[in-house]
Design a protein around this ligand. Sequence first.
Ligand code: ATP
Ligand code: MG
Length: 565
Amino acid sequence: TKPAGQYFHRDHQLWTPLTPSDLEAINRCDKPLPENFNFAADVLDQWAQKEKSGNRPANPALWWVNGKGGEVKWSFQELGSLSRKAANVLTKPCGLQRGDRVAVILPRIPEWWLLNIACMRTGLIFMPGTTQLTAKDILYRLQASKAKCMVASEEVAPAVESIVSECPSLNNKLLVSPRSRDGWLSFQELFQSASDEHSCVETGSQEPMAIYFTSGTTGSPKMAQHSQSSLGIGYALCGRYWLDLTSSDIMWNMSDTGWIKAAIGSVFSTWLQGSCVFVHQMPKFNMDTFLDVLTNYPITTLCSAPTVFRMLVQKDLRRYKFKKLRHCLTGGEPLNPEVLEQWKAQTGLELYEGYGQTEVGIICANQKGQEIKPGSMGKGVLPYDVQIVDEDGNALPPGEEGEIAIRMKSTRPFCFFSEYVDNPEKTAATMRGNFYVTGDRGVMDSDGYFWFVGRADDVIISSGYRIGPFEVESALIEHPAVVESAVVSSPDSTRGEVVKAFVVLSAPFKSSNLEKLTLELQDHVKKSTAPYKYPRKVEFVEELPKTITGKIKRNLLRDQEWGRA
Ligand code: ATP
Ligand code: MG
């Protein structure tokens, strides 16, 4: 048997696979990080073994549907051999070598998962992006990352072709499409003839595995680099306790392939638990398709952005019977307590919110079994020691507002991003004393629950009071006229800045007397929060500006108000 805390090399006679409880123990800091780790070999191939020996329920590893009759169901064993073929495509015809960066811009198609695993097997650095990126966005990413290879689908190919001459580091373009195209290698063709024999490289656990671009809510997206273990081991507790997954579950995480939320919910947390990753190709969110899928497929676990839940609760959900749904999650943006209450009233299900960042993954969450306080993001998630800190990096007592931060023990927690690539200043700027600071403001209560106030830049200071937009938005949304709102600062000659709300009205209120409605909404906020927070200015709009990931871009509205647009 293995001596406590010691690991052996894969070719050593005493080597044994890491068990799920080993991976949890590493997250609890009860076991050290192994020197080597590779998610494909140490997690996926282990589930394939369990499947073979009958120790995993008959549940696909990947279940993909496109809504037009197309369907793929792969076991872990199939995922293994198909991803080995994909690995051979990347190393042989594409000539890529360990450490090279590969930009992958694909819609939600099965090849995205194969290429993700193929990169792990070959030690390539996977850099996903959403198909909604423009030529300019792609140029920025290719130049900033010096990617060697670009993998794209047909819809993205013209944008890539328009900028490729400005990317000298790019050696190859690989097209994932049933049709071929001039100047591109064909993935499908090369895949057909590739061998499924491939031996996974022995990657170091701290070796770079992926670069995820931040959402760019407040500026250019930053390249957060993650290691084999930060993503590959770091989500073991999250999958088990926040997502509440087992190997019999079917998880539908709706995020686009380009964001870390896809990695968390549709790759790492899910497969660490041996669960099934369910994917619907749905290019754009469609309410009817969404409700159909939940009604017709045995999905047990759902994760979607708050903006989706805000739309959903406008419908009468009582008319639908979801087939197997039992656990629902959200994150990426604050969830208004009103939405949580309505979702619960209409479906009988709780909504478990998590709070995280591309850089460090899930920081706080409402874990299964833990009492939910509506409006709170839950408690800090292991191995993180989450605190609220002041401007000098001192931890503040419960009840005091400050910046949400993670204590850096003597070493950097292994589940942290390693750096913003080529940006040591920005990487260094995340540190304050002994803490990593998130750039978000919040409060911790005496039970250890965290309450989001706003991004530090979004906080409004009016007549000396600090006002967090989220609380005001949550008060507004309680009113039946409000579907959603964005609260920002606006210039005012006497007060310096005042609170302004941009409001999207619900259908029945669109033809109301807007002056009267403004007064009514202001009155409502005065009653439901401290009166000084009420929006002195209200503007009704058809929609709010959002990032591709569906986050409200308050900074854009604020700049507009201050004439900086
Ligand atoms: P950029 O850093 O480029 O401006 P971004 O911060 O939006 O973009 P992400 O890493 O995708 O990029 O998002 C992390 C941020 O999203 C958090 O710092 C926080 O502001 C917000 N966020 C995530 N989850 C929650 C949540 N549950 N409640 C409130 N805010 C959240
Ligand atoms: Mg950020």
